[in-house]
Design a protein around this ligand. Structure first.
Ligand code: PLP
Length: 462
């Protein structure tokens, strides 16, 4: 078979798989990926087959269109299939560059590292690229160990840093106990400077790792001065400050990096999600040359932290294009402006509603917290009811991973005022549809169903 014929065959293969009937997609997912995911989406009323996407719009298999106010949890900053990102990736393929050669300096990772060095605050000019946020967090933790030769890490409860072993160790999620032992770490209450100081005084802490705004923990803003205080304490006690901007970085909160707003330049800054442009996964940490030299600055150590996908050309092309689009179209300032608009609309629509506890956020990252019940289960169910109600009205959102009573609102940076109006209208409509009696019975039935189904899923008696 000729090369052309093979290429046509593989392209036809992809087109055929994409046209697969939806029940077959579900069956294969159940057999070979994660059947419980399909089951739980179905149980929650959240199962949709999204088959196409362009800009802020998702289309399902029935041809129904939705506004994507989740944006891949922040990893689709420019909307889906942005032509400028696709064009950069195509240009890299068209140039016939070598992939993953690893043993030669390469133009695209070099250009991307230089671009990030120019964008990042302070002296954060040394970059290391990987594929996921979790890996980049691991890389940052390894750097901190190698620099300080200290064993422990300090992180915040409800901070989310990822799924690899290092990232899990600093993630404040009690459910992770099945993976213990997770190493030497202390998880302290978010916003509590004294708790961090008590840990740092032991002088065995390699790094404190925090998100500038906790995203998966429920969109928790830092108390005023918190990050600056923690930074000062880290400097005093010889520990590094790692700021995880996997979700907040690259314009999401109305500044290029959320730490700028706090007046803090960390020792290590972690990026992922948005850097991909929604097309090719890539993550990075950036740090100061002095720290990089300490950890990896000899011929014997310069490859001590190393991965195959440390800056593939397609990923770097997508990232370079993404930064270019964000800058050229002024999306950072826009995120601040439209974020204010979302905040104002959210407050107006939810004001005084008995189901709403608080709305909070910055830029284009917002959380709607539902009123809590004694066990929190009712609020989590109401949050899910809100998410499903929005979905039925053509808006995609989701609750935050570690705080299921909070609905996150995280559209692409390219969102427009008209989209925000549609979202606010749908939210007001769902909230208006609640009647205390009906909702109470829904929560009662929901609790019962959830217990039954969870018991079935977990294979235990309810
Ligand atoms: N850090 C933060 C703040 C995140 O929000 C996430 C993912 O949601 C991660 C790290 C992990 O990134 P990934 O899922 O790409 O491994």
């Amino acid at each position: 078979m000729t090369g052309d014929a093979l290429a046509e065959r593989t392209a036809a293969l992809i087109r055929a798989q994409l046209a697969m009937p939806r029940d077959r997609v579900h069956a294969l997912t159940t057999a070979n990926l994660n059947g419980k995911l399909v089951e739980s989406l179905d149980l929650l009323g959240y199962l949709r087959d999204f088959v196409a996407a362009s800009g802020i719009e998702l289309t399902d298999a029935r041809g129904r269109r939705y506004l994507d106010f989740l944006a891949g949890y922040g990893s689709v900053p420019l909307g889906h299939n942005h032509p400028a990102v696709a064009s950069a990736v195509t240009a890299a393929i068209g140039a016939g560059v070598p992939h993953f050669i690893l043993m030669a300096p390469e133009a695209l990772p070099a250009a991307l590292a230089a671009r990030l060095a120019a964008l990042a605050p302070g002296e954060l000019s040394m970059a290391f690229f990987m594929s996921s946020g979790s890996e980049a967090v691991d890389g940052a933790l390894k750097l901190a160990r190698a620099v300080t030769r200290r064993p422990r890490f300090v992180a915040a409860q409800r901070g989310y840093h990822g799924a690899t072993f290092g990232a899990m160790a600093v993630t404040g999620d009690a459910r992770l106990e099945v993976f213990e032992p997770l190493g030497e770490r202390a998880l302290v209450p978010w916003g509590d400077v004294g708790a961090i100081e008590a840990q740092l005084r032991k002088r065995d802490v390699a790094a404190v790792i925090l998100e500038p705004i906790q995203a998966e923990g429920g969109v928790n803003l830092p108390p005023p001065g918190y990050l600056a205080d923690v930074h000062r304490l880290c400097q005093r006690h010889g520990s590094l400050l790692v700021l995880d901007e996997v979700q907040t970085g690259l314009g999401r909160t109305g500044t290029w990096f959320a730490c700028e707003r706090e007046g803090v330049v960390p020792d290590v800054l972690v990026l992922a999600k948005a850097l991909s442009g929604g097309l090719v996964p890539i993550s990075a940490y950036v740090t100061r040359p002095e720290l990089w030299r300490k950890a990896y600055g000899t011929l014997g150590t310069c490859e001590l932290h190393c991965t195959t996908y440390r800056g593939g050309p397609l990923a770097c092309a997508a990232a370079l294009a993404t930064l270019e689009v964000i800058e050229a179209t002024g999306l950072v300032a826009r995120a601040a402006e439209l974020g204010d608009a979302i905040g104002a609309r959210l407050r107006a629509v939810t004001a005084g509603h008995p189901l709403i506890r608080e709305v909070r956020g910055r830029g284009l990252l917002w959380g709607i917290e539902l009123a809590t019940s004694r066990d929190g289960v009712a609020a989590a169910l109401i949050a899910q009811w809100l998410v499903v109600g929005l979905l039925e009205r053509g808006i995609v959102t989701q609750v935050t991973t570690l705080a299921p009573t909070v609905v996150r609102v995280e559209p692409p940076l390219t969102v427009e005022h008209a989209h925000i109006e549609r979202f606010a209208g749908a939210l007001g409509d769902v909230l208006a549809s609640h009647a205390n009696g009906a909702l109470a019975s829904l929560v009662g039935v929901g609790k019962h169903l959830l217990k039954q189904r969870l018991a079935a899923v977990l294979g235990r008696a309810p």
